[in-house]
Design a protein around this ligand. Structure first.
Ligand code: NDP
Ligand code: 8X3
Length: 257
């Protein structure tokens, strides 16, 4: 097993959902946490709770992963004690609308491509050289079932998640011969703020996504991420698909009501 005690873990999009749950589960393993997202107030509250409940060191910083210069600057200016990142969880991401592509708003195209694809590339590009130099590290991308199957009204979201899968596979090749591992954890339906964000605050529409079935919890996904991170150094779980028992494909679900 790889012991996570005192390992430094950077989680993007840690202010909610899967990212916040990852912070909690890594903290439970004694990891030191670098948490970022745009909503600094939420990060501060989470950090305070994790320090209190788990006695771990937590450093937070506001970051919009769409901003390449900010990504470089924030990571370059990290305090010395936080620079050697052992695990990067590329989690920040979002979907916007279920519109057909011909009706999709341009700003929604940008939001998804700039966050899910370019943001993930910027953060990874900034973190990887240190991992390669130390000959140790692990990049864990949060992909999606939407990176394996395309569904209606999700052309751009699916394209970004298919791209994440390509990035995971490309990194695996580029990192061959180094001590850096790369994994993708690809969940199906997880009840988080994801659908609320997708439907721009329409709580009823968001709740309907999970109605009548038992979706994954953010913690279910976080435990899969930590499973990948705790394998012995010679084991690289490259791809892991995690679905709710009530979900068979991106579109087939079993709803009890
Ligand atoms: P949430 O909306 O609950 O959380 C998304 C997180 O991403 C927030 O912390 C948000 O923080 C952060 N984020 C969004 N945009 C940016 C940005 N530009 N810069 C930095 N952080 C950003 O959704 P989930 O937890 O569900 O989503 C997390 C990941 O899981 C995403 O990549 C999503 O695609 C993926 N996923 C989700 C599934 C689901 O069913 N929920 C299933 C499969 C994959 P803030 O707003 O503070 O910046
Ligand atoms: C999020 C899961 O099925 O809504 O990636 O695309 S889904």
């Amino acid at each position: 097993m790889t012991d996570l005690k005192d390992r430094t873990v950077l989680i993007t999009g840690a202010s909610a959902g899967i990212g916040a749950a990852c912070a909690e589960v890594f903290a439970g393993r004694g990891a030191r946490l670098l948490l970022c997202a745009r909503r600094a107030d939420r990060l501060a509250a989470l950090a305070e709770r994790l320090r209190r409940d788990h006695g771990v060191a937590v450093h937070t910083f506001a970051l919009d992963v769409r901003d390449a210069a900010a990504v470089r600057e924030r990571l370059d200016e990290l305090p010395e004690a936080w620079r050697a990142i052992d695990v990067l969880v590329n989690n920040a991401g979002l979907a916007k609308s279920r519109d057909k592509f011909q009706d999709q708003r341009y700003e929604h195209i940008d939001a998804m491509v700039d966050t899910n694809l370019k943001g993930l590339l910027y953060v990874t590009r900034a973190v990887l050289p240190g991992m390669v130099a130390r000959d140790r590290g692990h990049v864990i991308n949060i992909g999606s079932i939407a990176g394996r199957q395309v569904y209606a009204g999700a052309t751009v979201y699916c394209a970004t998640k298919f791209a994440v899968r390509a990035i995971t596979r490309g990194l695996k090749i580029d990192l061959l011969g180094t001590g850096v591992r790369v994994s993708s954890v690809d969940p199906g339906l997880v009840e988080t703020e994801f659908s609320l964000v997708r439907f721009e605050g329409d709580a009823e529409r968001a709740a309907a996504v999970y109605a009548g079935l038992t979706p994954l919890s953010p913690r279910d996904v976080a435990e899969a991420v930590v499973f990948c991170a705790t394998r012995p150094p010679h084991v690289d779980v490259t791809e892991m698909v995690v679905l709710a028992s009530d979900q068979a494909t991106a579109t087939m679900t079993h709803r009890r009501s």
